[in-house]
Design a protein around this ligand. Structure first.
Ligand SMILES: [Zn+2]
Length: 340
């Protein structure tokens, strides 16, 4: 997702997360995680999601140009994504990625083909990282503020629709697969509530689910306390998947994602804080048979967590759960909510 503006207020900030894309396919290695679920127990579904885009303020705080070329991934970001996929698969899970179509303008996309071949899910994140909530051309994306001629003569809904369809065409052309699911660029605490037009657009384009809701939780920006971790874990209950009146399924990004945890010039969380929060949330999901949908961006994580400790931790917690949890793509989570 990658919110454009950090949500900050005094000592606390509202943390948002953004989340997942589709994907199913559990590689053979995940058998260990699935076989022991006790009858009647609802298995926790854990998603490790990576939005494949560049993020402002990374790798250095003064870096803002990414807002105009979100899809121009660096080698470091691509390598981090591939290595994350290898590590998670080795422990029986998959990644749920969301891709900007513009990434596919890059010369080499072998790394993406490897992700798909290895069974990781890749969903649609629009072509240019446009806001589906936009009501004026200026709100769509920075790129179109600087270069408005690119969308000249088109209405805002037309640009949004085209931006989603172009991504599908780019994926089919260059990596030979259709997108698995949709995650909105940015996120909203209300998701797509009150926007049946967007819900219907996504349904019309063939999506059964979207990940657009990014709940906020007030926490201490630096040096979070046990009470903060508990508050975030408690908030998981109100960020579980649900179905909109139109039938579109919402899979919220679980609080807190990497943006909400790390992207501040001062008083940011340390990696240890993030890991502690992730552990609390995974344990909450296991205890309640719920969903935890972790939002991350490799462009942020390569700086904040270069040794992949968050992903390894999730795999280890799920591996030690005696089958009470499973790492899945968002498509698998959506299936629990589909009308039979
Ligand atoms: Zn994004």
């Amino acid at each position: 997702m990658d919110e454009s503006k950090p949500n900050f207020s005094r000592r606390h900030f509202l943390a948002g997360t953004s989340a997942v894309a589709a994907g199913a396919l559990v590689p053979g290695g995940s058998r260990r995680q699935t076989e022991a679920a006790a009858p009647g127990d609802k298995q926790a579904l854990i998603a490790i999601t990576l939005d494949l885009e560049m993020s402002m303020h990374y790798p250095t705080w003064d870096m803002m140009e990414w807002n105009y070329e979100k899809g121009n991934l660096t080698s470091a970001v691509k390598q981090y994504t591939v290595e994350a996929g290898r590590r998670v698969k080795a422990k029986g899970g998959i990644l749920q990625c969301f891709l900007l179509g513009r990434v596919l303008e890059q010369e080499n996309v072998d790394w993406l083909k490897e992700l798909v071949r290895e069974g990781h899910a890749v969903g649609n994140h629009t072509y240019d990282h446009v806001s589906v909530w936009a009501t004026s051309p200026e709100q769509l994306q920075y790129r179109f503020q600087r270069a408005p001629w690119l969308i000249r003569g088109k209405t805002v809904p037309e640009v949004i629709r085209e931006n989603i369809l172009l991504t599908e065409a780019a994926m089919e052309t260059r990596i030979g697969v259709k997108p698995l699911g949709f995650r909105t660029p940015g996120g909203s605490t209300e998701g797509l509530k009150g926007r049946p037009d967007i819900q219907k657009l996504l349904l019309d384009l063939g999506f059964t689910w979207a990940s657009s809701m990014a709940p906020g939780v007030p926490v201490t920006p630096a040096n979070p306390t046990d009470a903060d971790f508990q508050a975030v874990a408690d908030a998981q209950a109100s960020s579980q998947p649900f179905v909109y009146p139109t039938g579109l399924i919402e899979i919220p990004m679980s609080p807190l994602g990497d943006v909400a945890s790390f992207r501040r010039e001062k008083e940011k969380w340390k990696l240890g804080d993030f890991l502690k929060m992730v552990e609390h949330n995974v344990r909450w999901a296991i205890d309640h048979g719920g969903v935890f949908d972790l939002l991350t961006h490799p462009s942020i994580m390569v700086v904040e967590d270069p040794e992949f400790r968050a992903y390894e931790l999730i795999c280890d917690l799920v591996g030690a759960s005696s089958g009470r949890a499973r790492i899945v793509g968002l498509d698998e989570i959506a299936k629990r909510h589909q009308v039979k």
